[in-house]
Design a binder for this molecule. Structure first.
Ligand SMILES: [Zn+2]
Length: 269
């Protein structure tokens, strides 16, 4: 047998090799194109409506939102550490972005109890909340008394979960009943939905607009380790609340408090 293959046979072998390489390359190109068509639409087309976001476009879920259904309302966290949870109800509104700016500057996380019907058109605010490390929670769809846990009340809860999920991809695990009105029946319904009823331990009654100094003083007088502070970013003119935040945050930091979301306060209990 000749030590070298016949020249013609060598050409045939080379042609076969080229065919195989070309076939592999074509398969790679087709697979690549399939990958491209599977990627989501660009941001400009998504911005038009509240389409569900693809998983890779959703902000990371807030820390600590574990499903720990409770059959009693939470009013505060453990008193062993100087931690406090700042909460805002009734948004999102035009005040929410001012509050988010302030919190971002102070590197303070908060918990926002959102009214479901206010989400449409303000999805960007909810997405920013998650990006900035805040917690989003449920405050009913139209700010109604949920305590009877009627079919209509349960729909308020579920519609708000759906609105928040559609806007952000995130499903809340906390619900604050409007007016603080709760019941055993409501708490049972919340537990079945993996929601924890969340009230508060410090209420400066900022919704009555008592003045910036009064809001700040009431919070500072009331805070203890583990406190959940009630404030409002919706439901009316909230400029006093916004103006009171810098002194509240600065004074509590000076007293050695760390701000956490409600779920962080609870899960590390
Ligand atoms: Zn409210």
């Amino acid at each position: 047998m000749s030590p070298h293959p016949h020249p013609r046979r060598r050409r045939l072998a080379f042609a076969a090799f080229v065919c195989v390489v070309a076939g592999v390359l074509m398969a790679m190109v087709i697979a690549g194109e399939a990958g491209v068509t599977a990627t989501p639409a660009p941001a400009s087309t998504r911005a038009a409506g509240p389409l569900p976001l693809a998983a890779e476009q959703q902000p990371a879920p807030p820390r600590g939102c574990r499903y720990r259904p409770r059959t009693t309302s939470v009013r505060s966290g453990p008193a062993g550490r100087r931690r406090v949870a700042l909460t805002f109800d009734d948004g999102p509104t035009s005040y929410t972005s001012r509050i988010l700016d302030l919190l971002e500057g102070e590197r303070v996380p908060a918990t926002f109890f959102v009214v479901g019907r206010k989400v449409a058109g303000r999805e960007d605010l909810l997405l920013r909340m998650l990006r900035d490390g805040h917690m989003i929670a449920n405050h009913s769809y139209a700010h109604v008394d949920l305590s009877k846990a009627s079919a209509a009340a349960l729909r308020q809860i579920d519609d708000t979960q759906d609105a928040i999920k559609a806007a952000t991809g995130f499903t809340p695990c906390l619900l604050r009943p409007p007016y603080g009105r709760t019941s055993r029946k409501l708490l049972g319904a919340l537990a079945r939905r993996h929601l924890t009823g969340t009230l508060w331990s410090v209420n400066p009654r900022d919704f009555l607009r008592p003045g910036t100094a009064a809001i700040s003083q009431r919070v500072l007088d009331g805070v203890r380790p583990g406190s959940i502070i009630l404030a409002h970013d919706g439901g009316g003119d909230r400029s006093q609340t916004v103006a009171a935040l810098p002194s509240i945050i600065a004074t509590l930091k000076a007293r050695g408090y760390t701000f956490v979301t409600v779920t962080e306060l609870l899960v590390s209990a």
